[in-house]
Design a protein around this ligand. Structure first.
Ligand SMILES: NC(=O)c1ccc[n+]([C@@H]2O[C@H](COP(=O)([O-])OP(=O)(O)OC[C@H]3O[C@@H](n4cnc5c(N)ncnc54)[C@H](O)[C@@H]3O)[C@@H](O)[C@H]2O)c1
Length: 453
């Protein structure tokens, strides 16, 4: 099939590359000229495991092409996927201006029988509005379906190529047939395509993200109760997750969820609910708990080292909002850095992939933040280490090097990567989420530390 994908970011580039890999001819379009130039040369504009190779294969095969000429790309397509961003507006609602721009461009350049597929996350009623927008600007018939994307950054290719389910909002038999053909290579084993109304497809996406965010905020609240009652949240999490009705996914206490989806989608759903007159108390609390959680790690540092960190150096591991991505949008690490910098600390940061993006994002923070390519180099001259992202390479570090280099020998772990007993054996003071701090007896602490040996 001849497909155009508009928007070549995380979702668009994965969609375009995967559809080209299954034999389609795909034109990936974007308004960002620099992005398109880089992609045309085979240079991936963000880090996603396996994507660089898939991009190279697509370009080599001639089935994947890139363009900034959206009008031309639309005019040649049988199917147009809309994959542009839908960021939060001030009031929390989703900004649909890019989606609507594309709709206008489609109306001006399409030919008969075009299928428009909305992959961007959009609120209930958006597909209908896009359809009306197109119909009001052209006499050509066209069908608009909502096909929300569920991929996770870090495992995006596998998620797209082997989805749990594909959700398609349409009852049009021709659109159903085209979508079945497009997804057939990816759902061979489970045939799991759900055809629902456009509105239900839109809501399924928001409800899915809101539910996952709820689990995270829930376990973070349990972690808070555990910390205050002397219970190890790690043990509670294990017992909770072992119940088949509950399962263990998205139940890890930590420094809060980030990324470009959960925070904005929870807020957008709150807005949709409010507009419809619904009680959105649960969703509101999910969001508020997460805002508090993102401040927690910095507060732990300030409580332990004092409110004035002038002259102190803090080493920080992990800038991305999750491992295996370079995405720092809404990442808890950004909040931690800003807060500690405000208190006067100098920060030395390491992340395997996200340093460039973080440097750009933190431009306003000034000279007090530096980035290194070696996790142990950032420890030189540092008082303490703060961990914000659970990259695999942090799971079994050289504790003896950490101990030798850190002046105060303290780790603040926002992802509960280690067993407190292990850190005690390693003679490191250890603060984590929802568990008692532990410290060797000689540690100097402004606050009594339980479990000292
Ligand atoms: N990133 C994820 O993990 C993920 C997962 C599922 C769904 N989504 C949803 O998919 C959508 C896209 O997310 P993303 O992370 O890929 O965003 P992104 O910011 O990485 O990419 C969006 C792209 O759209 C381009 N763009 C914006 N306006 C345009 C216009 N008018 N014409 C042409 N190109 C335009 C931008 O230049 C950018 O390259 C969002 O609605 C998001 O909520 C994202």
């Amino acid at each position: 099939m001849n497909i155009t994908v508009v928007g070549s970011g995380y979702v668009g580039l994965v969609t375009a590359s995967c559809l080209a890999s299954s034999g389609n001819h795909v034109m990936a379009a974007d308004s960002d000229r620099h992005k398109i130039e880089a992609l045309s040369r085979g240079k991936c504009t963000f880090f996603e495991p396996g994507l660089r190779e898939m991009l190279a294969d697509g370009l080599d095969s001639g089935r994947l092409k890139f363009s900034t000429d959206i009008a031309n790309a639309v005019s040649q397509a049988q199917v147009v996927f809309i994959c542009v961003g839908t960021p939060s507006l001030e009031d929390g609602s989703a900004d649909l201006s890019a989606v609507e721009d594309i709709a206008c461009s489609i109306a001006q350049n399409m030919s008969d029988g075009l299928l428009v597929v909305i992959k961007s996350t959009v609120p209930v009623g958006a597909a209908r509005r896009v359809s009306e927008l197109i119909e009001s600007r052209t006499a050509h018939p066209c069908t608009v379906v909502s096909n929300p994307e569920f991929l996770r950054e870090g495992t995006a290719l596998n998620d797209f190529l082997r989805p749990d389910r594909v959700v398609v909002g349409t009852n049009d038999p021709e659109a159903m047939q085209v979508m079945r053909e497009l997804y057939a290579p990816f759902v061979r084993t489970n045939q799991n395509i759900l055809f629902v109304s456009n509105e239900a497809a839109e809501m399924i996406k928001y409800a899915s993200n809101a539910y996952l965010a709820t689990r995270i905020s829930f376990i973070n609240e349990i972690a808070d109760i555990c910390a205050r009652t002397g219970v190890d949240v790690g043990q509670v999490r294990a017992g909770l997750g072992a119940d088949k009705r509950i399962g263990s996914g998205y139940l890890f206490p930590g420094a809060g969820y980030g990324g470009s989806c959960f925070p904005k989608d929870v807020q957008a759903l709150i807005h949709v609910g409010q507009q419809a007159g619904a009680d959105v108390g649960i969703l509101r609390q999910v969001h508020l708990r997460n805002e508090r959680q993102k401040r927690l790690l910095a507060e732990m540092v300030l409580e332990r080292l004092g409110p004035d960190l002038t002259g102190r150096t803090i080493a920080l591991w992990g800038l991305a909002f999750k491992p295996d991505t370079d995405d720092i949008r809404q990442a808890p690490a950004m909040e931690v850095i800003r807060r500690l910098r405000q208190a006067g600390a100098t920060l030395r940061c390491y992340d395997p992939k996200a340093c460039l993006n973080a440097r750009y994002e933190l431009g306003d923070v000034g000279d007090g933040v530096t980035f290194e390519c070696d996790p142990y180099a950032v420890l030189d001259g540092a008082d303490a280490l703060v961990i914000c992202t659970e990259w695999n390479e942090f799971r079994t570090p050289q504790f003896d090097v950490i101990r030798r280099k850190l002046k105060e020998r303290i780790i603040f772990d926002g992802r509960n990567l280690y067993e407190p007993a292990t850190l005690l054996r390693q003679r490191l003071e250890y603060h984590s989420i929802g568990r008692q701090p532990t410290a060797p007896v000689k540690s100097i602490s402004s606050k009594p530390i339980r479990n000292a040996v």
